[in-house]
Design a protein around this ligand. Structure first.
Ligand SMILES: [Zn+2]
Length: 90
């Protein structure tokens, strides 16, 4: 994670490829890809936006970011599995 943060500073505003650290570039309205010739990393525009939002949240407040991740994890773990809900109705 520290490496990702350092790479972000180097590229000032551009998101680095999570795989190799080179700059991500828009390949089409729907896709982003890594600018490195040997790297095949691609992601959708929605995933790129999520990646950017999460990276920004982590940089702004690392403790708050991980607290929100733990909260979300606990909410998901507390959910009743769908197959158990169906058994209860039957
Ligand atoms: Zn790459």
């Amino acid at each position: 994670m520290v490496a990702v943060l350092q790479l972000r500073e180097q590229h000032a505003g551009c998101l680095p490829c999570p795989y190799c650290g080179c700059e991500l570039v828009g390949a089409s309205p729907d896709w982003w890809r890594c600018s490195a010739e040997r790297c095949a990393y691609e992601l959708t525009t929605a995933a790129h936006a999520l990646y950017g939002a999460l990276s920004e949240a982590l940089e702004k407040d690392p403790d708050g970011f991980f607290e929100s991740v733990r909260t979300y994890r606990d909410e998901v773990r507390a959910l009743e599995p769908a197959w158990q809900k169906q058994e209860a109705r039957a």
